[in-house]
Write a protein that binds this ligand. Structure first.
Ligand code: ATP
Length: 240
């Protein structure tokens, strides 16, 4: 198994506060890895360090090469795309134009961009229906679809998702995770960060549990779902 992304002994601090402590993990090519953990565990901080928005101590390797000092733009150019928790859509632009902007992280031929539009609209028929609507007027679920669709327009090699279920109704969460699973089946490598442990573990191949900045459990996602300690803490069931 080849690791597409590997972090070794990674720490990230805000001044005196160390939000991520000595964390090591890997994302295998063609697999979905998830990092689950409660509010404030350091999940967003970790993703920001991986994309290069925050400085970190330790090693980040991507495709076998050192990645730790690479600029944000160069990371994106090499196929690492983050869908942030805040979605960061251009709210005063229509759906189709938001998607188009996602295509221009690389220099692309018009025919390829057309292909990507078709693929995204096939995955999200709702976005096709709403293509002429301002992004700012979309529902929460549609915004998450647009954020995902925009990331896919850049044909990512590694897609990092920060809490795609945040603020969404259970039915919409299921729909978003169905699409994440479908992308996984198509071979898109993903790092999925979630508070919704059940949805994340059901979808991922491998899981890590982050607590107060430290990794406290890891294993095959299906094993973690059966682990009484993980179950009790994160899945709201008793350990017995
Ligand atoms: P959530 O699920 O609530 O988004 P999280 O697991 O993503 O939580 P982080 O946002 O990474 O957690 O925060 C980890 C810790 O770092 C928290 O204690 C938070 O208060 C702190 N923190 C986050 N951003 C900053 C910042 N810019 N300056 C100082 N401390 C910060």
């Amino acid at each position: 198994m080849t690791a597409m992304l590997e972090a070794r002994n990674l720490s990230v601090s805000y001044g005196k506060l160390t939000a991520v402590k000595d964390v090591s993990f890997a994302v295998e090519e063609g697999k979905i890895a998830t990092i689950i953990g409660p509010n404030g565990a350091g999940k967003t901080t970790l993703l920001k360090a991986l994309i290069g928005q925050l400085p970190s101590v330790g090693t980040i390797t991507y495709g076998g090469a050192d990645f730790g000092k690479t600029e944000v733009e160069a990371r994106v150019e090499r196929g690492v795309v983050l869908v942030p928790e805040t979605r960061e859509l251009f709210t005063d632009m229509v759906v189709a134009d938001n998607l188009l902007l996602g295509a221009y992280v690389h220099r692309r031929k018009a025919a390829q961009v057309k292909e990507d539009f078709d693929r995204v609209y096939e995955l999200f028929p709702r976005l096709r229906e709403r293509r002429a609507q301002l992004a700012g007027t979309l529902s929460g679920g549609e915004r998450q679809m647009l954020a995902l669709g925009r990331a896919l327009m850049g044909r990512p090699r590694l897609l990092m998702l920060d809490e795609p279920s945040l603020g969404l109704a259970p039915l919409i969460v299921r729909e978003i995770f169905r699409i994440i699973a479908k992308l996984g089946e198509e071979g898109v490598t993903m790092l999925l960060v979630e508070q919704n442990a059940r949805a994340a573990l059901e979808t991922a191949d491998y899981g890590y549990v982050l607590e107060s900045g430290e990794l406290v459990h890891q294993g095959q996602a299906s094993d973690l779902m059966r682990d009484p300690k993980v179950m009790a803490t994160y899945l709201g069931r008793s350990a017995s």
